[in-house]
Design a protein around this ligand. Structure first.
Ligand SMILES: Cc1ncc(COP(=O)(O)O)c(C=O)c1O
Length: 384
């Protein structure tokens, strides 16, 4: 009998998770380029990377990052408010603000840090946060950290949101609605026009996390552009998906951004992004701006699969194949892997219980042949 209760606790939890097919372990994976990965000694075509435009391996993006490391070093050395505010950050923020049509922008260390910092900056104990039930975990973390009353509304259900605003808005001080633009595990798009109208009608602010929209949806500037009448107060996203690197941003009015820079805890108390990440992002945004065909390709690949398999037409680069139990999703992933295709099984708590799935992510770098191989590999697993 050990008296190390911490170890015993962890061991017990691991055994419970393993028994339910819910234990997750890290699998060292070497990404060779935008498509191929090496895993367990095998070379696989990956449909599980968010590098939708292959920019993580683009020669110009790599060269910009390498040159920035040579010139500026590997890290920022301090929080931005001390000495860590590299001049490249202002350049990147101006570029992001122009892309999103806002006055200003603020970059963060990551998307998780962005939402964990933004939400508590604007709402607190007497306030209300309404969150789409399928919104990303870091929105929930930000809402919880804020101390505001946090209520889920049904996924993309404007009537449910309206009912909850009607019932709860009057007793709250400030109110914030938060949703993904493109949902990370479902690939569908939030009805931002209707949500924005409700926000205005109920004096609520709207935060949209467009991690999976930038570089992919519409003209590449992201989901908000699909809804020209929508007013999105806080346009947040990451540099880690289609932009191919790391870091995140929010675009908003100048006062909103200035307030974040002086108050968001994940800006104030966290080291600035390595300058090379900003250099890489600037180079990637150049590619996105000048190559509309690259931007259009991930959705075209995704639609090739949804058409062939008679699924609802893909709205983004992400297509879920919902299989139900975790064990089924794991078995499907193993079967695909045996065929040389990597489609990692996504299980609870990342997705709701009973909706374990293959989450297929498409890249401009996939060939049509590779997509066709995937179609035939997935076909036998489709629920009848
Ligand atoms: C919708 C959404 N928001 C935020 C994040 C977090 O971004 P990051 O990986 O930059 O922390 C992710 C994915 O990781 C995401 O899918």
């Amino acid at each position: 009998m050990t008296d190390d209760t911490l170890t015993a606790y962890a061991q017990g939890k691991i055994e419970q998770l393993a028994a339910a097919s819910l234990l997750r372990t890290l699998q060292p994976t070497r990404r060779m380029d935008g498509v191929f990965v090496e895993r367990g000694g095998r070379r696989l075509v990956s449909f599980s990377c968010n590098d939708y435009l292959g920019l993580s391996h683009h020669p110009e993006v790599k060269a910009a990052a390498a040159a920035a490391i040579e010139t500026y070093g590997a890290g920022s050395g301090a929080s931005r408010l001390v000495t860590g505010d590299h001049p490249l950050f202002a350049e990147l923020e101006a570029r992001l603000a122009a892309l999103k049509g806002t006055e200003a922008a603020c970059i963060f260390g990551s998307g998780y840090l962005a939402n964990a910092g933004i939400i508590p900056t604007f709402v607190g104990a007497d306030d209300l946060v309404l969150v789409d039930e399928l919104a990303h975990a870091c929105i929930w973390s930000g809402a919880t950290l804020s101390g505001a009353r946090t209520v889920a509304f049904r996924h993309n259900d404007v009537a449910d949101l309206a009912g909850k605003l009607g019932a709860l808005r009057a007793t709250a001080g400030k109110a914030l609605i938060a949703t993904d633009g493109v949902f990370s595990m479902d690939g569908d798009v939030a009805p931002l026009d209707a949500i924005s109208r409700l926000a205005r009608a109920h004096d609520a602010w709207l935060l949209v996390d467009d991690a999976h929209g930038l570089g992919v949806v519409g003209d590449g500037s992201g989901t908000a552009k699909l809804f020209p009448d929508a007013r999105v107060d806080l346009q947040m996203g990451t540099l880690s998906k289609a932009v191919g690197g790391y870091g995140a941003y929010v675009c908003a009015t100048r006062p909103v951004i200035d307030f974040l820079k002086t108050r968001a805890r994940t800006v104030v108390y966290s080291t600035g992004l390595p300058p090379a990440n900003a250099a890489a992002a600037l180079a990637a945004l150049d590619v996105i701006a000048r190559e509309p065909a690259r931007v259009a390709a991930p959705i075209a690949r995704a639609r090739r699969l949804t058409t062939a398999l008679n699924l609802p037409a893909a709205e983004s680069a992400v297509v879920p194949i919902v299989l139900g139990e975790a064990e089924t999703a794991l078995a499907a992933a193993r079967d695909l892997e045996a065929k040389g295709l990597l489609a990692v099984a996504i299980r609870p708590p990342t997705v709701p219980a009973g909706t374990a799935r293959l989450r297929l992510a498409f890249s401009s770098e996939h060939t049509e042949d590779q997509v066709d191989q995937l179609i035939e590999a997935v076909r036998p697993w489709l629920p009848r």
